[in-house]
Design a protein around this ligand. Structure first.
Ligand SMILES: [Zn+2]
Length: 412
């Protein structure tokens, strides 16, 4: 029993948060382009979300670019951009190690999470994520509950703060490629709120459905309807609920549904010779079946005699390119850590994605036209609450990583 009274506020990474006055649930809906909700509401599939028009708050916020899962989830739980917390992709070129490595180890995290700070100050905190790849980062130094749908059966009191998750949730362990993986997250959130009554809960889903189905398509509306039911239950249990997304999602195809891919490594090798440049795609991770590791963001390392200026000009002239920025300009604009970004940052347009070499991308798993993210065109996401906001600063540029600020500091 913690006898210490709760503090009035907690300050983390230079931002101050009011102590939760009741249970707070922040939901990161992976790949939730705002239009998914618009279409589902218009189709009458999401009565709870529709009801928030009168009694809640609806903002449009900017995610972090690269508009990928890990940089944005870590921004949401730290309240700061990757320049501060360090996680700017799933994958990067570790210059110290001289190797391309996954960035999902907490050793790469440079800032504490708000979740851990709240727990240290006496709050009961619970985190549920769809894919296990995020669990170690989200749960870094967290004294509380933290598990994934993917490995729910393996959760133990000692390492995850909870055991027997399957009995609690009442659903089987879902396939990692399924809508059920996200449904498990919502169902667990509801059951945890009923049984454990956490002060703060963070739920993070997976974008399996969004990679396959455009807004308004049956599978997308079914997903939103499923989510709506669980959000309504969280609301009925008295929680303050804030829903945002890590990034949007767009078709990356031509009118025939064929992927618009610029294979940057092939193009640069052709221009300069193999081994003179290195194209890194931070979307790369162990789960690439639904997007073939193709996204709209890449970073490029060049070595002498190739110059960043020459390679940048060459890339900028290609069709489908939205921006080519030198490292310092990209890091200033997108708030990224310079030591984990190449000499150039390349962002593709809405309908295009960037690849390395053609033979390094297995597109055989794409059974529907490619939809992906990573660019500026997937930066805008919903930021929605089930309470009215009474003190919103006029003209503020909201970010998805203001979700906890909105939940704790601005809602009535
Ligand atoms: Zn995502």
């Amino acid at each position: 029993m913690n006898a210490t009274p709760a503090p009035a506020r907690v300050t983390v990474n230079g931002r101050s948060y009011a102590w939760p006055r009741g249970p707070v649930v922040v939901v990161c809906v992976d790949g939730c382009e705002p239009d998914y909700l618009t279409q589902a509401i218009a189709a009458g599939r999401t009565p709870f979300l529709a009801s928030l028009r009168d009694r809640g708050t609806c903002l449009t916020a900017d995610s972090v670019v690269p508009s990928f899962t890990n940089p944005n989830n870590l921004s949401i739980v730290t309240g700061v951009p990757p320049a501060v917390h360090g996680i700017c992709g799933n994958y990067f070129w570790d210059r110290d190690a001289g190797a391309e490595v996954m960035m999902n180890d907490p050793k790469y995290l440079r800032a504490p999470t708000l979740l851990a700070a709240l727990a240290d100050a006496g709050a009961k905190v619970a985190v549920v994520t769809a894919k296990d790849k995020l669990r170690a980062l989200l749960g870094h130094r967290l004294s509380g509950i933290c598990f994934s749908s993917e490995k729910a059966a393996e959760a133990t009191k000692a390492t995850h703060g909870i055991d027997d998750v399957l009995a609690l949730v009442g659903l089987p362990v879902p396939s990692v490629y399924s809508a059920a993986l996200s449904e498990f997250v919502f169902a667990a959130g509801v059951k945890l709120l009923e049984r454990e009554r956490p002060d703060v809960t963070y739920l993070s889903t997976t974008d399996y459905v969004q990679h396959k189905a455009a807004p308004g398509i049956a599978a997308a509306n079914d997903f939103c309807a499923m989510m709506d039911g669980y959000l309504a239950r969280l609301d009925a249990l008295g929680a303050t609920v804030v829903v945002t997304a890590d990034h949007g999602m767009n078709a990356k195809t031509d009118a025939f549904g064929r992927p618009n891919v610029l294979y940057l490594q092939d193009l640069l090798d052709h221009a300069y010779g193999a081994g003179t440049t290195r194209v890194i795609l931070p979307i790369t991770d162990p789960y690439v079946v639904h997007h073939g590791a193709l996204g709209s963001f890449a970073t490029v390392y060049v070595s002498s005699p190739v110059t960043a200026a020459d390679a940048g000009a060459r890339i900028a002239a290609l069709p489908g390119i939205e921006e080519v920025l030198a490292r310092e300009d990209a890091c200033a604009r997108f708030e990224l850590p310079p030591d984990r970004v190449g000499d150039l940052v390349v962002v593709a347009e809405r309908l295009s994605v960037l690849g390395t070499s053609r033979e390094r991308h297995d597109l055989s798993g794409l059974d529907v036209p490619l939809r992906s993210h990573g660019g500026i065109s997937e930066q805008q996401v919903p930021l929605i609450a089930n309470r009215r906001a009474n003190t919103l600063p006029p003209g503020r540029r909201w970010r998805n990583f203001d979700a906890f600020d909105l939940a704790l500091n601005h809602l009535s």
